[in-house]
Design a protein around this ligand. Structure first.
Ligand code: PEP
Ligand code: MG
Length: 580
């Protein structure tokens, strides 16, 4: 491995910054012998290895995953079920029966999984294959005698480096106080990433060449804020990061002190701050963040992590748990936003040329009526007598909203007719993510209870720039005249048509953007939980009416970006905000 300082860019799978020394994840054990002299003996070896593996995976998932709930739990449970998969065991036995050693048979299965993995583009299927490949590796380790019964112990301040990582691996390592994780091949939605987020370990993935670029013991910085791994950094860089870590914890302390304070501007405007969530686990951050509720619950996450489509009962169960953990605070349930790049294996969707513009979101739900109806029913049943807030994603024309609303009301009648309790108060809203819908507000006036703007999709359509392609999406800034003029106009129209409006895209989580949005009249902002503290601090330090006045002046003249002028105003008015 090289010895000088180097950097690798990757994707942040779990935010944060960690500094530590490299420890390698267990390497794959290659098969030493291919053919077995005694197939019976070999079968017995395979059998006992499989048994040992299953026992250790069962123990890990049931005991070690202790407090993990929701999605990470489901991921681990799936992994456990795969370890017990009869088809997998049968394939391994076949290999041994045909004369291979147990190792060679597993190795063959592993190669098959790898080949399928390389061909699969569906993220869901890829995760299954990743898990299987991980189990193959784990089984090889069991046969080699290093059964990972006792988890490996590391010093604190270790950074785990792996080519690939299974979800269960992290459970084994978690007691070791890992400072960070670097994975050569992993995506944001990978199972390892989901578990890493649950354990709150700064993690970077998608780092080609990583494992050949570092040695055991090398110092590394995992910057999962900027998406960079600094390998063997110069001491000055190290010091800079150490002070960033210190600063972060200082800021955290300030935000924690603000937790029970309201988000009120200096001129008395109350801004309602909410969190975006998608997992049961996120609900823990609701109380910690001091937010007013959940402004966007992405219900499709449940569908994306489970093996088969969640049944009615399972959906009711999740939604009920959410209500319980929200402790009376409002949850905006966004109905399934599938399709596009969020595909399910059971739903037979075709690959599309432009998935973001394709058969997705509410279009897909309205065309899959049985499926959609089941979700609406689950929401009503889970709510019982509690108030229920539902919003439909990416409404493009008013007819789509009316059709979805009619289905929801039919489901209310259906539940009522069968003697179930139904929500005493039902709020039905539409997400404005397609620009066309901004010109249909008058039609839904009096019909919708609110509008929620999803800036992630809205901006990709507004600027015609794919949100998943940084090279184009980062060319265009929301802090610009065209975007602010559009949002300003939309806020005015919502006021004119009596439609309460909020914003629930990631933009709300950037304190500079959040202040601008509040000044444009958006007084409900929903954001990632980690952003609530910094946004609250910014709101509390601004005189919104004064700021609005200056912002409107800027919108009336000049062209293009407003970033420089806005940051100037922040400095001049001493608005306390660190831009993301
Ligand atoms: C959005 O598009 O801004 C939004 C909130 O929805 P999602 O990010 O889930 O598409
Ligand atoms: Mg969206």
């Amino acid at each position: 491995a090289p010895t000088g300082p180097a950097s690798l860019s990757g994707r942040a799978l779990c935010g944060g910054i960690g500094i530590g020394q490299v420890v390698f994840h267990d390497p794959v054990v290659p098969a030493a012998k291919f053919f077995a002299a005694d197939p019976q003996r070999e079968l017995a070896r395979l059998k006992s290895a499989l048994q040992a593996l299953r026992v250790s995976v069962d123990a890990m998932v049931t005991i070690d995953s202790g407090a993990l709930m929701g999605e990470p739990r489901d991921v681990l449970e799936t992994y456990r079920l795969l370890a017990h998969d009869p088809a997998w065991a049968e394939r391994l036995r076949e290999g041994v029966q045909s004369g291979l050693t147990a190792e060679a048979s597993i190795d063959r299965a592993r190669r098959e999984h790898r080949v399928r993995l390389e061909q699969a583009t569906d993220p869901y299927l890829r995760e299954r294959l990743f898990d299987l490949e991980d189990l193959d590796n784990r089984l090889l380790r069991v046969l080699a005698g290093n059964n990972a019964d006792g988890p490996q112990e590391f010093d604190d301040n270790s950074v785990l480096v792996a080519r690939r990582l299974g979800p269960a691996d992290l459970l084994e390592y978690r007691r070791s106080g890992l400072a960070g994780i670097l994975v050569e091949e992993a995506s944001v939605s990978s199972h390892a990433a989901i578990v890493a987020r649950a354990l709150e370990i700064p993690t970077l993935g998608g780092l080609p060449g990583l494992t050949t670029s570092v040695d055991e013991g090398d110092e590394v910085i995992v910057d999962a804020e900027e998406g960079v791994a600094h390998l063997r950094p110069e001491s000055t860089l190290n010091e800079a990061y150490a002070s960033r870590i210190a600063l972060r914890s200082e800021r955290k302390a300030i935000y924690a002190a603000l937790r029970d304070q309201p988000a009120i501007s200096r001129d008395g405007v109350r801004v309602r701050l909410m969190i975006n969530a998608g997992l049961q686990l996120d609900m823990e951050t609701l109380a910690e963040s001091g937010a007013d509720g959940v402004g966007l619950f992405r219900t499709e996450f449940q569908f994306l992590v489970s093996e088969t489509l969640p049944r009615l009962g399972e959906q009711i169960e999740l939604y009920r748990r959410l209500f319980e953990s929200a402790g009376g605070r409002e949850i905006y349930f966004r109905t399934v936003d599938l399709g596009g790049d969020k595909l399910l294996p059971d739903l037979n969707q075709e690959r599309e040329e432009n998935p973001a513009l394709g058969w997705r979101s509410l279009r897909f739900a309205l065309d899959s009526r049985g499926f959609f109806r089941r979700q609406l029913r689950a929401l009503i049943r889970a709510a019982g007598e509690r108030p229920l807030t539902v919003m439909f994603p990416m409404v493009t024309i008013p007819e789509e909203f009316f059709e979805a609303k009619a289905m929801l009301l039919e489901e209310m009648d259906w539940s009522r007719a069968r003697g179930h309790e139904v929500p005493g108060e039902l709020k039905i809203g539409a997400m404005l993510e397609a620009p066309s819908f901004a010109y249909s507000l008058q039609e839904i006036s009096g019909e919708a209870d609110f509008v929620s703007i999803g800036t992630n999709d809205l901006m990709q359509f507004f600027f015609a720039a794919d949100r998943m392609t940084p090279r184009v999406s980062e060319r265009y800034d929301l802090i610009s005249r065209p975007a602010f003029r559009f949002l300003d106009e939309t806020a005015r129209k919502c006021a004119q048509y009596g439609l309460p409006v909020s914003i629930c895209g990631e933009a709300s989580g950037d304190p500079v953007k959040a202040v601008c949005l509040a000044a444009l009249g958006f007084t409900q902002l929903s954001m990632p939980a980690a952003a609530v503290g910094s946004v609250k601090q910014a709101i509390r330090s601004v005189h919104l009416a004064d700021f609005r006045h200056e912002l409107c002046n800027l919108l009336g003249e000049g062209r293009g970006s407003l970033r420089k002028e806005i940051l100037g105003l922040f400095a001049q008015h001493e608005i306390n905000a660190v831009a993301n």
